[in-house]
Ligand binder design. Structure first.
Ligand code: PHE
Length: 458
């Protein structure tokens, strides 16, 4: 069986040109709005320090082992996630229903993307605003808050910018994942990183840096409850793109000689650094300008413009920042589209462009609900949440961790040990044992416990 896993067999999907190409693509999938838009605002809503501590714990104990697992299952299966899972189940004499994990993953990808592309549209709208400012016309409303509110109030503007974002993502996936992705990550990611460092430097000069460090890293354990823990777990999954088989889809194109453990550690480190840097860039601004730290989803779109307005060449920095953020969001959006697209390519007679158009079109339709959540439908609440908030909450905090739990059980208990060990052949016995204990026991039990605690059952 294993003989068939040569690279030539991977029909229809292509292959990463090198190990570095995979690291870049996976880092591109991980680093995105999750780190820069979501991490600061969810941290603020959950009280800071304690949330960050749990988040970091999840990255180490759940995130890295699962990242390795998704890559290894992808590489062992060499197909779209659904078919990889199916094949691995067959080769392990297990039930074919395990491929259902892939079906759910592909659907969750579409659900996440349905609000992700709307927020990415905000980023593009800001790119436009700052471009206009830069050429000398006045595009920014009086205050950052007023500017952001005006954007949300206009379904037409939201729809325009988000559709543009989605159309480009669909275009890239239509060409095949490996093209276009590598270059943009290799070049633009370091730039985004550098720009974040400049913003952190600005924060240091603002005199509120220490306050921000304390806020982010001093845990106040009285602030912890079931929901805070659930949010931290959800954010860890969201940020690393875990639980929806996107990384598994990328893993299918990974070269045979790549060291999976090291690669997972590098990706997690890069992703976490960007999130922490974003926090260290944003909270000094929040404190320096006396803004509301619990500003919700608009946090970066309201706080950063305050700083840009006060900085020399601020409009230029702002233009660069939102452009790079849009690119980071693109490389993530692509990974959200990939599992469902790869499945259609394998299973139907549709080619790649048609498949991605079908998936992208469905995402767009669902996204209209998110667009309207910020204006016409803002009063329609279910469990205290509007449509967009509900999709974000359920997909991030429940479906991604649940998917991760199933993936861990599959890899730890169902897939034959020989297949797994072969994928991790370059890992020494001790580390391999640690990984196995984490995947068989720690990850499933931790996720289950968090669900029970958040549901108030324990
Ligand atoms: N990890 C991406 C980000 O941080 C978003 C994402 C979530 C991608 C879930 C895939 C799956 O922006």
């Amino acid at each position: 069986m294993l003989k068939t896993q040569t690279t030539e067999q991977i029909s229809g999907h292509g292959m990463w040109s090198s190990k570095l190409a995979f690291i870049l693509a996976a880092t591109g999938a991980a680093v995105g709005l999750g780190n820069i838009w979501r991490f600061p605002y969810v941290t603020a809503e959950n009280g800071g320090g304690a949330f960050v501590l749990i988040y970091l714990g999840c990255i180490a104990l759940v995130g890295i082992p699962l990242l390795m697992t998704e890559i290894l299952l992808g590489r062992a299966g060499r197909h779209s996630p659904i078919n990889s899972l199916l094949q691995l189940a067959r080769r392990s004499n297990a039930s074919r229903t395990w491929s259902g994990v892939g079906v759910i993953g592909a659907l969750v990808g579409v659900l996440v993307l349905s609000f992700y592309f709307v927020v990415a549209g905000w980023t593009l709208a800001y790119v436009w605003t700052y471009a206009v400012e830069l050429v000398g016309s006045h595009a920014f409303q009086d205050t950052p808050q007023a500017h952001f509110d005006a954007l949300l109030a206009s379904p037409a503007r939201l729809l325009f910018w988000s559709s543009l974002f989605l159309a480009v993502s669909v275009g890239v996936v239509a060409m095949g994942v490996e093209k276009g992705l590598e270059g943009s990550v290799r070049l633009l990611m370091p730039l985004l990183f550098g720009l974040l460092l400049i913003m952190v430097g600005y924060g240091m000069a603002s005199g509120h840096f220490l306050q921000s460090v304390v806020y982010l890293f001093e845990p106040d354990f009285s602030a912890i409850n079931g929901n805070v823990i659930l949010q931290a777990v959800g954010q860890a999954f969201f940020s690393l793109s875990l639980g929806m088989t996107g990384i598994m889809a990328y893993g299918a194109y990974v070269p045979r000689d790549m060291h999976i453990g090291k690669t997972a550690a590098i990706i997690a480190l890069a992703d976490t650094s960007v999130a922490i840097l974003a926090g260290l860039a944003i909270f000094p601004i929040v404190f320096a300008f006396g803004l509301e730290s619990t500003g919700g989803q608009g946090l970066i779109f309201v706080t950063l413009p305050h700083a840009f307005a006060a900085m020399e060449f601020g409009n230029l920095y702002a233009l660069a920042f939102f452009t790079l953020l849009a690119v980071a969001a693109w490389t993530s959006a692509i990974s959200l589209l990939e599992p469902a697209t790869a499945y259609l390519v394998e299973r139907t007679s549709f080619n790649r462009p048609v498949s991605v158009l079908i998936i992208g079109g469905s995402t767009w339709l669902l996204g209209i609900g998110s667009v309207l959540s910020f204006n016409y439908w803002s009063e329609f609440l279910l469990w205290g949440k509007n449509f967009q908030e509900l999709i974000e909450y359920v997909s991030t905090n429940i479906m991604l961790p649940a998917g991760g739990l199933l993936i861990a059980v599959f890899a730890g208990w169902i897939v034959s040990r020989v297949i797994v060990r072969e994928q991790l052949a370059d890992m020494n016995d001790d580390l391999y044992r640690v990984w196995r204990v984490l995947i068989r026991f720690v990850v499933p039990i931790a996720v289950l416990l968090v669900f029970l605690v958040a549901a108030g059952l324990i």
